[in-house]
Ligand binder design. Structure first.
Ligand code: UD1
Length: 341
């Protein structure tokens, strides 16, 4: 049986992708995580939602030797899906070196491993943050990348460039780069979702925590040059993102890619403001959210949303969840967490 290595498999998008891999493919799944921002109980939740088992390894991807040693016995690897990375915009502003060290070294080590093991397929988690404050909206895959607004976004730009040069030198490795817009929401069952061990910095977990009195939401600015003054993003459900990885694997394994590196935007195509997210949450949760408006956050892009035509036509990807469904699933997951505590 062919194996797929999923790095960051205990994390938010990684764990949702493992669920889809186990439920919808025959691949043997091997998850790698060092639990730097996730806990092992994330695997228990995955197990409860799937009927197949998977292997787990605790490896720090920045440790080249450990990576090789722990994966030495695994053969017939069809692909690597590389999620593992630090992903907080404000944390990266506060500690840029941490982000450059972790996100770049782990990618380099994995690419080296892919080359050594002749692994044919590689999927890289990139981000819409590579566009910076783009000159045109919605952004297509051909939109010129502006200067990154944060070290986090810069590590994704650098990662994409490393991959471009790597595949030129190693054309037997085929890569899909997926530029996620803003992944939110939780598994439709409400039994698993985003569960960072560090305090969340992302909007939606802060909203749901605020609703149960465990956090307090400050909106970072309402004086932007957008339709209502609030920052605009393209929110996309985490299971839609997970599904795109299954489609990207099919695309690569069926040799549908025309180039060694194929690049896709993963967003719904809708630009939604922070205020609209709050309103949607208040509607589905039937509650009034207590929040205040504060100053802008350093490193924030003003507005970005996707043209997703390429992912639709090339991968056959079609996002299924609208904003209300995203918020409802996130709320179900928060309520589940409350019942557990
Ligand atoms: C960024 C990336 C996204 C990536 C994510 C990973 C951009 C444009 N997007 O998302 O691709 O997946 O990092 O973490 O760089 N906000 C508040 N108050 C809060 C928190 C957030 O008002 O307490 C606002 C932000 O200003 C922003 C929006 O909510 O306008 C979304 O923020 P967040 O969830 O942190 O994601 P991004 O930084 O947009």
């Amino acid at each position: 049986m062919k194996s797929i290595i999923v790095t960051g498999g205990a994390g938010y998008i990684g764990s949702h992708t493992i669920i889809e891999l186990l439920n919808n493919t025959d691949y043997n799944v091997i998850s790698i995580d060092n639990f730097s921002n996730s806990a092992a109980n994330s695997y228990d939740r995955v197990k409860a939602l799937t009927s197949r088992s998977f292997q787990t390894l605790n490896v720090d991807l920045c440790n080249d030797n450990d990576l090789r040693l722990q994966l030495s016995g695994i053969n017939n690897i069809a692909g690597i899906i590389h999620f593992a990375a630090f992903k907080s915009v404000p944390e990266s502003m506060a500690d840029p070196v941490l982000y450059y060290f972790n996100n770049i070294n782990s990618l380099n080590n994995l690419l080296k491993f892919a080359k050594e093991k002749s692994i044919p397929n590689f999927i890289f988690s990139s981000s819409c943050s590579v566009y910076g404050n783009a000159d045109e909206l919605p952004v297509t895959e051909h939109t010129k990348l502006k200067k990154a607004e944060s070290p986090y976004g810069h590590t994704k730009q650098i990662g994409e460039e490393i991959i471009e040069f790597f595949t030129r030198a190693n054309p037997s490795v085929n890569v899909v780069i997926l530029r996620y817009f803003n992944p939110v929401g939780a598994h439709i069952s409400g039994l698993t979702g985003e569960s960072p061990i560090n305090k969340p910095n992302n909007l939606v977990p802060i909203i749901t925590q605020t609703a149960v009195g465990k956090n307090s939401l400050t909106v970072f600015g309402n004086d932007f040059n957008t339709h209502d003054g609030y920052c605009v993003r393209d929110y996309v459900h985490v299971t839609d993102i997970a599904d795109a990885h299954i489609k990207a694997l099919d695309y690569l394994s069926q040799h549908k890619n025309k180039k060694n590196v194929s690049l896709f935007n993963l967003g719904t195509g809708k630009g939604v403001s922070v205020l609209e997210v709050i309103k949607s949450f208040e509607k589905v949760a039937q509650t009034k959210l207590n929040y205040k408006v504060g100053p802008r956050r350093e490193g924030d892009v003003v507005s970005v949303y996707a043209n997703n035509n390429l992912a639709k036509t090339e991968l056959g990807w079609e996002p299924q969840f609208d904003l209300d469904a995203m918020m409802l699933s996130a709320w179900k997951w928060q309520q589940h967490l409350e019942q557990q505590s």
